[in-house]
Design a protein around this ligand. Structure first.
Ligand code: UT7
Length: 315
């Protein structure tokens, strides 16, 4: 059993910080950031904004959007998962906060997952499989991140790369094409951030090591998902990858020139929003009318852990 996406939505903080503004506080430049990463600006939570407020705002937009496709009784939502590495609270989960804000029926499984930048694709398989055994029809999956709070604003090698945001999908089970694969490997040093109770809780990354592993992982995910499906690579209508660095996406494009035009890139506007990056892209595509019924979408993600994943589904 596969999935059908019924609605998408996103929520971004008010504040936008462009590369030139960052250049006023660290030794960097718009030229360096754009040429090395493709990033032009990022959103940053301020004041009361955090991963919870963004997740709730995105959830409301997702449900409104889904209502354009079919009548949604929100008490038919049986699963709520939030993928995040930056929750304000250790508990209760952000997912429970979403349930409360939406005033959902309490017969719902709601929890957060942490799989770093692969969180949304891990979450897709979790929600899909939980729905198979649910009496209820719909699953809500949101990727929400407040990454700017874990960045060392004096470390130019990381503070320019990440941004805040949330987005997600409402799904139901469906017979259409679906192939999901996920991997995890215990790399504990290349990309990490200490948790509650530690003195220092900044994100640390060995950019080169992560880059090298990311390109390999994207390639593996694309190749193995297509091999397990009954379609050819050229049958895929859109490739939506995690947006960490445009050069990673270009590397994969160059390996597959026959589909290079089908890769969606929006890193210029958001930087790396971790678990939110794929659903933000899906929402942009949806709102631009590019997710036509029957379109085959192949998503791939890679993140800390390392974790990586690929998922092929049809709209
Ligand atoms: O979402 C999780 C997955 N994350 C990723 O996939 C990120 C993967 N890694 C990357 O995207 C890239 O490795 C980076 C964008 C992080 C770095 O790009 P790079 O081409 O590997 O640069 P580098 O680390 O080799 O640095 C080159 C130079 C260094 O200076 P020297 O040693 O050559 O004098 C850095 O100190 O660029 C310097 N540098 C900067 N200069 C200006 C590093 N950051 C900056 C900066 N502005 N922000």
């Amino acid at each position: 059993m596969g999935i059908k996406i019924l609605g998408t939505g996103r929520a971004l903080p008010q504040r936008i910080i462009d590369n030139n503004e960052l250049g006023q506080s660290v030794d960097t430049s718009d030229e360096w950031i754009r040429s090395r990463t493709g990033i032009g600006q990022r959103y940053k939570c301020e004041g009361e904004e955090n991963e919870k407020t963004l997740a709730i705002a995105a959830a409301k937009e997702i449900i409104l959007d889904a209502c354009k496709r079919e009548f949604i009784n929100k008490n038919e939502i049986g699963v709520v998962v939030v993928a995040t590495s930056t929750a304000e609270h250790a508990f209760p989960s952000t997912a429970c906060m979403v349930c409360s804000a939406l005033d959902l029926d309490s017969e719902v499984i709601a929890f957060d997952i942490t799989a770093a930048c692969s969180g949304f694709l891990y979450g897709l398989e979790i929600v899909r499989s939980l729905l198979e055994n649910s009496k209820k029809k719909y699953g809500l999956l949101i990727g929400s991140e407040h990454l700017t709070k874990i960045l060392d604003k004096n470390d130019r090698t990381t503070c320019v790369l990440f941004g805040d945001g949330a987005a997600g999908v409402l799904i139901k089970n469906d017979e259409s094409i679906y192939v999901h694969k996920a991997w995890a490997k215990g790399d504990l040093d290349s990309l990490y951030c200490n948790g509650i109770g530690k003195e220092e809780t900044y994100l640390h990354m060995d950019g080169k090591a992560v880059f090298k592993n990311a390109v390999k992982a994207f390639e593996q995910a694309i190749t193995e998902v297509i091999a397990e499906s009954e379609i050819k690579l050229t049958d895929v209508d859109l490739f939506v990858t995690h947006q960490a660095n445009e050069r990673i996406i270009d590397y994969v494009r160059k390996k597959h020139p026959e589909v290079a035009e089908k890769f969606y890139v929006n890193i210029e506007r958001y930087a790396n929003t971790s678990a939110a990056s794929i659903p933000i892209a899906l929402d942009e595509l949806n709102k631009a009318g590019r997710l036509n019924s029957g379109s085959k979408i192949l998503c791939v993600a890679f993140g800390a852990g390392f974790t990586w994943s690929g998922c092929l589904f049809a709209m």
